[in-house]
Design a protein. Structure first.
Length: 392
């Protein structure tokens, strides 16, 4: 058993890692400048180079889950953080070709996918009950809070030169130091290769829930710049401000998450969808920028209902030895898939009902999907809880 002071240090590692899981936003702020640096390539090629980080998250998470049956989590976490740091340094120093640009995105994406789910899995290893519930909410708050800070930092760094945006990834260095000093050398639970056969079927439900949620959730940031432009609401940087308010909603909800979770449990999934539906439908009809900011805040709270509740529910239902694999699937692979397919899926569905291709049609489709998913979630949770009462 580890001591209470070590528990506090492990919590510090988890929250510090949560702060940097959106450090890729620095490159997003520099896309226009990167495109200007590589004038022979279409901007879509540059955007793909940035989103390669998110795509490689999936492979890094799967690799981490596989390696977790063969090596201690601390070594894998340090390896992932080292890859992110190295990618940031190399990207800053060596960026003369598009091939290098893509190479560093692959390195950074694999590193982030490797360490983040393993750090999150420490929540299931070392914390229980209300403490685990509170920590799950705090994680999402730190993720969103870090996203807000890194968004502004990325913009400031990009203003110097686009390659300076890579310095945002050096935020991984202090986290690496904290993990080196604080994490135990060995796993709390022994490595069991047989644990691969012990992953409960319910994990598929939470995996699917997160994929569908992120598919709808990502519609907001993916289309907000287009929406503001179509409505003539002002300067281009306004999209960044609205996006920051969107993430601030997640920060606030993460702080109070445990109070709601303990009262209504997995009904939070349905509530999160309803918040998104209300946000999207509001955007479809409003002509006020103030209302846009308010809707963004409340829509942003949904992420801090869904993700911590999914992680908390999963942690209570899995064998401890499988935590690395399961958290890789639910905390990294599932959201990465949802984010990756969201723009094309929403655009495809909106194209079936409207030829305009504007943001309003996309938000309308996202709102309809959110309302439908909310209904399914409420029905499913009610059915499961009724079965549990009958069994009892």
């Amino acid at each position: 058993m580890i001591t209470e002071p070590n528990n506090r240090m492990i919590k510090a590692c988890i929250l510090a890692a949560s702060l940097i899981c959106m450090c890729y936003v620095g490159l997003i702020a520099a896309i226009a400048d990167i495109a200007a640096y590589f004038p022979d390539y279409d901007v879509q090629v540059i955007q793909t180079g940035v989103t390669t980080i998110n795509l490689m998250n999936i492979f890094g998470a799967l690799l981490g889950g596989w390696l977790s049956f063969r090596a201690p989590k601390k070594k894998l976490i340090i390896l992932g953080l080292s890859m992110v740091s190295a990618g940031g340094i190399c990207g800053f120093l060596f960026h003369g070709t598009l091939g290098l640009f893509y190479t560093w995105s692959v390195v950074i994406g694999l590193g982030m996918g490797l360490f983040l789910p393993l750090v999150v899995s420490l929540t299931a290893d070392y914390f229980e009950g209300l403490e685990r519930n509170k920590l799950a909410g705090m994680q999402t708050s730190f993720i969103n809070g870090g996203g807000v800070a890194l968004t502004f930092a990325g913009g400031l760094l990009a203003a110097i030169a686009w390659n300076f945006s890579y310095l945002a990834f050096l935020a991984a260095v202090p986290v690496l130091v904290i993990c080196l000093a604080s994490l135990p050398a060995e796993n709390r639970y022994p490595i069991e290769k047989s644990a691969r056969q012990k992953i409960p079927r319910c994990v598929l439900y939470y995996f699917t829930t997160v994929v569908l949620f992120m598919l709808v959730y990502n519609s907001f940031p993916s289309n907000i710049a287009l929406f503001l432009s179509e409505r003539d609401f002002g300067h281009a940087s306004l999209a960044g401000e609205v996006g920051a308010v969107f993430m601030c909603g997640g920060v606030v909800m993460g702080i109070v998450f445990s109070r709601f979770s303990m009262r209504i449990g997995e009904y939070l999934f349905g509530v999160a969808y309803l918040m998104l539906a209300l946000t999207f439908f509001t955007l479809c009809f409003t002509q006020s920028i103030a209302v846009v900011f308010i809707a963004a805040f409340f829509g942003g709270t949904s992420i801090s209902m869904t993700m911590p509740q999914a992680l908390f529910s999963v942690a209570a239902r899995i064998p401890p030895a499988t935590s690395a694999v399961v958290f890789s699937l639910v905390a990294s692979v599932a959201p990465s898939i949802g984010n990756f397919v969201s723009p094309s899926a929403i655009a495809l569905m909106s194209g079936l009902v409207s030829d305009s291709g504007d943001s309003i049609s996309r938000y309308a489709i996202a709102g309809i999907l959110a309302a439908i998913f909310a209904g399914f979630q409420f029905l499913y949770v009610s059915k499961v809880q009724s079965r549990t009462i009958v069994v009892m």
